[in-house]
Design a protein around this ligand. Structure first.
Ligand code: NOJ
Ligand code: CA
Length: 545
């Protein structure tokens, strides 16, 4: 029954931050040959696709999200030939490869911008967002950079400001200019022709700005000493309705290639606005990223409410997706605690919709505190001390208990976590109760269970406020997920469905066998995946409860 679904609906996406995955040449920075060397690990893990954050030539002002050439590989990461080897090796193993597409901005070192800034009448001037000063001689409006301060940088040579939604070394492109849109389409073709399976488009909701350049209003809910960017409601500097036709054209381009390529959008917006990025005819992003699990307070009623609200908000035919972590947000195990991290992984891998997780979350990697003198992230440098910096979640993958966790032979660009001697792939591969073993077990079950891949979702009462329970159903096959998001043990009373079920997986990986759902005990921080076996149900008298 899963044949009717695309790989990006059935499958699981694994995000690789290339600087931190595997260093193959001993310079302390991860690279493409390093990823290739670790593909067997990913295949064994059971994921279906990797999304690789940018590896294009870049001055690294924002660690690769400032691109100086969209159609090459930065020497730090390797060569185009290395990329071709990686792609072929991934495909041989049945792994799809999704690239990061950054259409909103380039590096200030991109030849387009270098030309654009030479003169007001340069043919590339209009490729970026240049404006005269405001009436007071200052910036043209009050828009803020995501990474602190005004979004406008002054260019003394030509007497105008340019817009940068991120650091000033990342000037925003003018996607209203058809030549710019065409240039980005060429970039997409370059990689699609090479055989990539799709794109994750950076700040998809930010590609167009208000054409009247209106000031953003203040955010009445902003708390002083919190992220200064949130002091405004960003209603004019992003999420503009006229961006949708551009996204639809990107989608058409992706769809024009054979082999089910995918377009994923990075979009941080509430449900109602997020859903617009599926497109009025499901003709925009296949998957507008759903980041709720990263942001939600970790409580069973709130998670359940969020899942139900998201399910209810989806447009007909729109395929759901869930993201548990990424290179911009603190690590799962640090957000919810190491004990709950496994519950989070089981949730991610059993909700309805495509899961995306972040490298290292499968072994329980945590944020690493970064001493001030080792800070790399421009956000932390610009807006220090508020916990916004992203270095803690970008530290080297912990492969083994050897020097530098097997990531490199020299001190890496960010420090390795202190816990690497016990939290690492090699150890967890030997431990049948590890977090890695849990991910493998759940992915293996998912891989052969249509109900878990594409079945319907319905929350069911569990009789306890700490417990979130839901059913995944496809035909006669019914699977029950019971997640204890709290630190106490509970006896759940499940009557819908009632009867007996088979425990297939506990997040502790220490129990299996039948269980009566009318009195199902769950331990602190335990998640259970149960198969509601119809044969068993027939044999077992339903409990009166
Ligand atoms: C979102 C990316 O995920 C983030 O890492 C980056 O800094 C900004 N977009 C700018 O490209
Ligand atoms: Ca390297």
């Amino acid at each position: 029954m899963t044949e009717a679904y695309r790989w990006w609906q059935r499958g699981v996406v694994y995000q690789i931050y290339p600087r931190s995955f595997m260093d193959s040449n001993g310079d302390g920075i991860g690279d493409l040959p390093g990823i290739t060397a670790r593909l067997d690990y990913l295949q064994r893990l059971g994921v279906d696709a990797i999304w690789i954050s940018p590896f294009y030539p870049s001055p690294m002002a924002d660690f690769g999200y400032d691109i100086a050439n969209y159609v090459d590989v930065d020497p730090i990461f390797g060569t185009l030939a290395d990329f071709d080897v990686l792609l072929a090796a991934a495909h041989t193993r049945g792994l799809r490869v999704i690239l990061d597409l950054v259409p909103n901005h380039t590096s200030d070192q991109h030849p387009w911008f270098r030309e654009s800034r030479t003169a007001r009448d340069n043919p590339k001037r209009d490729w970026y967002l240049w404006r005269d000063p405001g009436p007071d001689g200052g910036p043209p409006n009050n828009w803020l950079s995501n990474f602190g301060g005004s979004a406008w940088a002054w260019d003394a040579a030509t007497g105008q400001y340019y817009l940068h939604s991120f650091v000033k070394e990342q000037p925003d492109l003018n996607l209203r200019n058809p030549a710019v849109e065409a240039a980005i389409a060429d970039v997409m073709r370059f990689w699609l022709d090479r055989g990539v399976d799709g794109f994750r488009a950076d700040v998809m909701h930010g590609m167009l700005k208000d054409d009247q350049w209106r000031d953003n209003p203040p955010n009445p809910h902003w708390a002083p000493n919190s992220n200064p960017y949130l002091a405004q409601l960003q209603i004019y500097s992003r999420n503009r309705p006229d961006a949708h036709p551009i996204i639809a054209r990107m989608r058409r381009l992706v769809d024009s290639y054979p082999g089910d390529r995918v377009l994923i959008g990075e979009i941080y917006l509430p449900n109602e606005q997020l859903m617009q990025y599926y497109g009025p005819n499901l003709d925009e992003a296949h998957l507008p990223f759903n980041f709720q699990l990263i942001a939600l307070p970790w409580s069973a009623p709130l998670v359940r409410q969020a899942v139900d609200a998201y399910e209810a908000a989806l447009p007909p035919g729109g395929w759901p997706n869930w993201v548990l972590g990424n290179h911009d947000r603190h690590r799962l195990a640090s957000r919810v605690g190491p004990a709950q991290a496994r519950v989070g992984l089981l949730l991610l891998l059993t909700l309805r919709g495509t899961p995306t997780w972040y490298y290292g979350d499968e072994i329980g990697m945590q944020d690493v505190p970064i001493p001030p003198e080792q800070v790399q992230d421009p956000w932390e440098k610009n807006v220090p001390g508020l916990g916004l910096g992203r270095d803690p979640e970008r530290t080297p993958m912990q492969w083994d208990a050897g020097p530098y966790a097997g990531f490199s032979t020299v001190p890496p660009w960010l420090p390795v976590a202190d816990d690497y001697r016990t939290v690492n792939v090699a150890m967890e591969e030997q431990d049948p109760t590890s977090s890695l073993a849990l991910c493998r077990a759940v992915l293996a079950l998912r891989g052969r269970t249509p109900a878990l891949q594409v079945g319907s979702y319905r929350a069911v009462p569990a009789g306890d406020p700490d417990v979130f329970a839901y059913l995944r159903t496809a035909g006669d096959s019914r699977w029950l997920v019971v997640l204890n998001l709290g630190p106490e043990s509970h006896t759940c009373v499940l009557t819908d469905p009632g009867g007996t079920a088979l425990i297939q997986v506990s997040t502790y990986l220490d129990r299996q066998g039948t269980a009566a759902l009318s009195a199902l005990s769950v331990r602190p921080h335990e998640g259970l995946l149960l198969e509601c076996d119809n044969t068993l149900l027939l044999q077992t008298p339903l409990s009166p409860a």
